[in-house]
Design a protein. Structure first.
Length: 264
């Protein structure tokens, strides 16, 4: 089953590596041109660090199929970064979206609390007409070494729908150089999920740093709600997406993996 009715569970050894929430809105040009001083003042207690960055946009290709296609360089996009004192929470604001991300996810309730104040301040100050896309992404990394189950097979830890050929008895797990699945499906009338699930190694950013040889299982869930979502319903939309994420996550893991993650 792709979804599970298993009750939502808090795991002491949860695999969440990064959680990102992004809300896209119709372009507000003033954000790109004017420093968001009032917005910073509203959130400065929780996000005291500030960095202004210029992001380079991908070139725009016009006239494809014609005799004179052109590549047009796009102007840079100003990306305002607000960070918590410990650097574990980051808030991004551009002319097209506001986003919150963390590498220290402990619970949905804490994440929602961290988003509540900046989102309310943004809506009050900038008055977006609506949100074109409400997104919630969970990047989960399962490490058998960290969980103390290095001798277990992935086929016994991950549901067959997400592990595919590794369930077959005539193949050795160690012979696979890559094994992954990519899914895109509707969750309800307004929401969808884009999922990448499979084996992989996590590369260290620094080229000269030692690389981790362990093969891990990566579950990247990108859930979104489209259409013109009223600002007053954005929080409810995120709650809906979180509910879907829980059903998907619990559908991926087996009872053996649940036990290893140490349910609270």
């Amino acid at each position: 089953m792709l979804f599970s009715g298993h009750p939502r569970t808090h795991y002491n050894n949860a695999p969440a590596h990064e959680v990102i929430c992004q809300l896209r809105f119709p372009t507000i040009l003033s954000i790109n041109n004017v420093e968001p001083a009032d917005f910073q003042e509203a959130i400065r207690e929780e996000f005291p660090q500030y960095v202004r960055r210029q992001d380079v946009s991908a070139p725009k290709v016009t006239g494809l199929g014609g005799p004179n296609p052109k590549v047009e360089q796009q102007p840079p996009v100003t990306n305002y970064n607000f960070l918590s004192a410990d650097g574990q929470w980051k808030l991004n604001l551009t002319k097209d979206f506001i986003a919150l991300s963390t590498l220290r996810y402990s619970s949905w309730e804490e994440f929602a609390r961290q988003l509540d104040k900046p989102l309310a301040a943004f809506i009050k100050l900038y008055k977006p007409a609506y949100f074109q896309r409400v997104g919630l992404r969970y990047v989960n990394i399962f490490s058998r070494r960290r969980l103390g189950i290095e001798d277990e097979k992935w086929a016994d830890l991950i549901a067959p729908a997400y592990i595919g050929p590794l369930c077959e008895p005539d193949v050795l797990e160690g012979n696979f150089l890559n094994c992954a699945c990519d899914l895109l499906f509707h969750l309800d009338s307004s929401s969808q999920a884009k999922i990448h699930a499979g084996l992989g190694r996590i590369k260290t950013a620094k080229a000269d740093a030692p690389q981790d040889p362990e093969v891990k299982y990566i579950l990247d869930m990108d859930l979104s709600m489209g259409g013109n979502v009223p600002c007053t319903l954005s929080a409810a939309g995120l709650e809906t997406l979180h509910g879907h994420a829980t059903r998907i996550f619990e559908g991926v893991v087996t009872d053996k993996l649940r036990d290893a993650m140490d349910p609270a």
